[in-house]
Write a protein that binds this ligand. Structure first.
Ligand SMILES: Nc1nc2c(c(=O)[nH]1)N[C@H]1C(S)=C(S)[C@@H](COP(=O)(O)O)O[C@H]1N2
Ligand SMILES: [Mo]
Length: 417
């Protein structure tokens, strides 16, 4: 490979920031005119303050999203722990709630900065052009993530791509663009956040050249910064308060906007995929049903034999990736006792398979820490009764600290992987 010219590193910063020639002023019409957006709310301080809140919300949403992704697709070196049992409920509740709260924050932020679309001159330097270009993936990514996320929690799967994969990759693009954006705006953020008024005035004068929004005319009346901040905060607060009830116990009564009430459905639990939709109705009711556990030994149970095994009870939530969580008391044999009967070693991962012939959630892998947890059951009952067909009759997996998609229903086989 040829070496880069030696002058490059030294010249690069200058090349990037060198002032480009300005376009002729006759082009300054309409929104391009000076002072075309007189509201004092289109200012760097408003933008920076909203940006901080949005950054916190997006950061939390991204990290909790990673947790959910890696719980569902663990790399080989990662064995997810089964405790604390409530962890996934908290991370996924945060994921959906911070995503929803971002909607009003993002709208307010976009409104505050949209005059920058007509910034003059449009390009000041190469660095400025690059900085402006990173805004495209940032805004497109943010809008895409929030709208597909909302469609998903509302179970509106009309888009023609696979939600989880796309949502995951666009998250990386968006967060990458966000980091670049924060780096590019560091001076403006520093000058506007966490400083006293006189310090801000001083710094604003020093950074005036880096932002065209600094010169908003004072005293133009109308909504104040505090007013817009309060309105946005209130909107975010109302959204959080009226949706958090789908995952936070005790808030269900406030749960007006959320697509789910955690207590509505057969046996007081919601259902995502019914037995009918999964086409398992007759297989699940078939008296010839057998549960097969395959390890070094192969053990087969009829439904009566399954019910005759020693029963345990576990109070565990179903925590759907779509943001709702519902508590229940499940009854049935411990998974680890079934594995022992088939002589499956304690460090083995097992696959739990459903009667469902097709579908993305027809099987799930259970790592040793989950498989051996005393709370993990192959449940045959819930809340004191036999499982409803829609909750996975004759048997379903229920384990702590695990997304709902992995709590396989209508189980008929457990095999050592
Ligand atoms: N076989 C099978 N099991 C499944 C599913 C499925 O589609 N097929 N859906 C999962 C999802 S997404 C969730 S949230 C829970 C919901 O369980 P419930 O219907 O008993 O509330 O079951 C899981 N188990
Ligand atoms: Mo789910």
């Amino acid at each position: 490979m040829r070496q880069l010219p030696r002058w490059l590193p030294r010249r690069l910063p200058r090349l990037l920031t060198e002032k480009l020639p300005e376009p002729p002023p006759v082009l300054r019409r309409g929104p391009l005119r000076e002072n075309a957006f007189p509201s004092r709310l289109h200012d760097p301080r408003m933008a920076a303050l909203l940006g901080v809140w949005l950054g916190i919300a997006f950061g939390t949403c991204f990290l909790t999203g990673l947790v959910s992704h890696f719980m569902q697709h663990p790399p080989s070196w990662l064995e997810w722990p089964s405790r604390p049992a409530w962890l996934y409920r908290v991370t996924q509740g945060l994921h959906v709630t911070t995503g929803l709260a971002s909607v009003p924050l993002l709208l307010a932020k976009l409104w505050t900065v949209y005059p920058l679309l007509w910034e003059w001159p449009p390009i000041r330097s190469v660095a400025h052009a690059v900085e402006r270009m990173t805004i495209v993936p940032l805004i497109a990514g943010a809008i895409f993530q929030l709208s597909t996320g909302i469609a998903n929690i509302a179970q509106w799967y009309r888009f023609h791509f696979f939600f989880t994969v796309t949502h995951y990759w666009v998250a990386w693009i968006t967060i990458g663009a966000l980091v670049l954006h924060i780096v590019a705006k560091l001076t403006v953020i520093r000058a506007n956040v966490g400083r006293r008024r006189h310090e801000r005035a001083h710094l604003a004068a020093a950074t005036m050249a880096t932002t065209t929004m600094a010169g908003a005319a004072p005293g133009t009346g109308g909504l104040t910064r505090r007013g817009l901040g309060l309105a946005t905060g209130t909107a975010a607060g109302v959204i959080v308060a009226t949706t958090a009830g789908q995952s936070v116990p005790g808030l269900a009564r406030l749960d007006l906007l959320a697509p789910r009430r955690p207590d509505i459905g057969p046996q007081g639990l919601p259902v995502n995929r019914t037995a009918r939709a999964a086409r398992v109705t007759s297989l699940a009711r078939d008296p010839g049903y057998r549960l097969e556990v395959v390890g070094p030994r192969r053990v087969v149970y009829t439904i009566e034999e399954l019910h005759a095994l020693r029963r345990y009870s576990s109070k565990l939530p179903i925590t759907c990736v779509e943001g709702w969580a519902a508590d229940a008391t499940w009854h049935g044999p411990r998974l680890r006792n079934l594995l022992d009967a088939a002589m499956i070693p304690a460090d083995a991962t097992v696959r739990v398979e459903s009667l469902e012939a097709r579908g993305g959630y027809r099987a799930s892998d259970v790592n040793p820490s989950h498989a051996r947890d005393s709370l993990t059951l192959l449940a045959t009952g819930v809340n004191g009764a036999d499982l409803d067909l829609d909750h996975g009759y004759p048997a379903r997996l229920i384990a702590p600290n695990r997304p709902g998609v992995l709590q396989t229903k209508w189980v008929h086989r457990v095999v050592m992987v």
